[in-house]
Design a protein around this ligand. Structure first.
Ligand SMILES: *Cc1c(COP(=O)(O)O)cnc(C)c1O
Length: 404
């Protein structure tokens, strides 16, 4: 009988990994208190309270809660003054919402390659992409791995353009001891169900700048002036992107557990890096040494097919799944190939057919990912992941025949 589970052998594990979202009775109390208060939306206290607590948690001064991560990005771009024809420098290895938010302002996404063997924008290539139309640099801290914030902040300052961090996957991530989302002019987070801090839907924009805070607040709330305004009614344009009290109450409750969860996932990520690093053909992609904590929205690594006896990514993933490990990958198409781009560019005839980011294309083909709930597993769970990869490596001959 074949040894590998994919060939009919015994799988390493049949137990599920921790589910998400994790439940806690404290959340129900929070929810009930909102119900009984009759203040379910405007006029409640939980939204401003959460905005302040989460901003503090990430090391920023101000927070404006909104209804999604996508709208957080859109509002930040608007508050940064981005409009038709402006250019926004970003990465093609991201969730489509990053790009859609740019298109919603009628601006033009400009794609910079990812750094070699990383899933993150190559900060050393950003300056070459700056033109007189560039308004914003928009890096994405994919899976909670922070992009090179030192270099990005320096470039943004030097060229007088705004830096907006897409932190939708990076709750709790830290760069040199300080939270992501507090380094740029704006940090945008999502609280959609899959994210590491979640309430079904929701988002927040962080900033350290009083005037930008007021502009952001106004845009998210129908052009109104914030109750604690110092500058006054600076941006009459706005619409309704408000968060409800239900969401803020759940988020406040869950925020009390985020620090411990972030540290726990971080510990498991380090542990997996150590052991995966011993398996020929698996390339680990550790945090930048300046990133003092990963947001760990997922665990990331690379399959080096050549070093793994020519096994394709799909074959490896299927073999891991057969062993009981929910391995996958995230993005397999660079965003400059998104079909919606050409029909959503206004007043410019950018042709993305000629855009090629070699490293991004490589990572789209070779990236591996485990989702964040897996990183909440115990020691035995982590061992099963490594045992499965090691077993596949030992018996790779069985796979070569069925490789596709
Ligand atoms: C989830 C996500 C978003 C969008 O957040 P929503 O709350 O789903 O709108 C934006 N960018 C990235 C990188 C994301 O992962």
């Amino acid at each position: 009988m074949a040894k590998l589970a994919i060939n009919g052998g015994e799988p390493i594990r049949t137990k599920p990994f921790p589910t998400w979202p994790q439940l806690d009775p404290a959340d129900i109390e929070a929810f009930e208190s909102i119900y009984n208060s009759r203040r379910w939306g405007v006029g409640g206290t939980k939204v401003p309270e959460f905005a302040e607590q989460f901003a503090t948690f990430q090391g920023a001064k101000y927070g404006v809660c909104v209804n999604s991560g996508t709208t957080a990005l859109y509002v930040a771009l608007k508050a940064a003054g981005v409009g038709p024809g402006d250019e926004v420098i970003t990465t093609a290895y991201t969730f489509q919402a990053t790009i859609v938010a740019i298109l919603m302002t009628h601006a033009v996404p400009v794609f910079v390659d990812t750094a070699p063997d990383s899933f993150l924008i190559d900060a050393t290539k950003v300056e070459d992409a700056i033109t007189n139309k560039t308004k914003v640099i928009l890096p994405v801290h994919i899976a909670g791995y922070p992009a090179d914030l030192d270099t990005l902040v320096e470039i943004a300052d030097k060229n007088d353009i705004k830096l907006i961090e897409d932190c939708a996957q990076a709750h709790g991530a830290e760069w040199r001891g300080k939270g992501v989302g507090s380094w740029g002019d704006f940090g945008c987070f999502s609280f959609q169900t899959s994210k590491n801090l979640c309430a079904g839907e929701g988002g927040i924009i962080l900033t350290n700048d009083r005037e930008l805070y007021e502009r952001t607040w106004s845009i998210h709330n129908c052009g109104r002036t914030p109750p604690d305004a110092e500058f006054g009614n600076i941006e009459p344009f706005g619409t309704n992107f408000r968060m409800t009290e239900w969401q803020a109450a759940i988020l406040l409750s869950r925020l009390t557990r985020l620090e411990a969860e972030a540290n726990y996932r971080h510990m498991n990520m380090r542990w997996l890096d150590g052991w995966f690093g011993e398996i020929p053909g698996i390339k680990v992609t550790p945090l930048d040494p300046r990133a003092t904590r990963g947001g760990c929205h997922g665990y990331k690594a690379i399959l080096d097919s050549e070093e793994f006896e020519g096994i394709s990514r799909n074959t490896f993933i299927n073999a891991m799944r057969a062993e009981g490990i929910p391995l996958g990958y995230w993005y397999n198409t660079p965003m400059y190939r998104a079909a919606f781009l050409s029909s959503h560019l206004f007043g410019c005839d950018n042709d993305y057919n000629d855009v090629h980011c070699a490293e991004t294309e490589k990572i789209c083909q070779s990236g591996l990912a485990l989702s964040q709930n897996v990183l909440l597993g115990n020691e035995e769970d982590m061992e099963d992941i490594i045992k499965s990869a090691a077993k596949i490596r030992r018996n790779v001959g069985e796979l070569i025949e069925r490789n596709t």
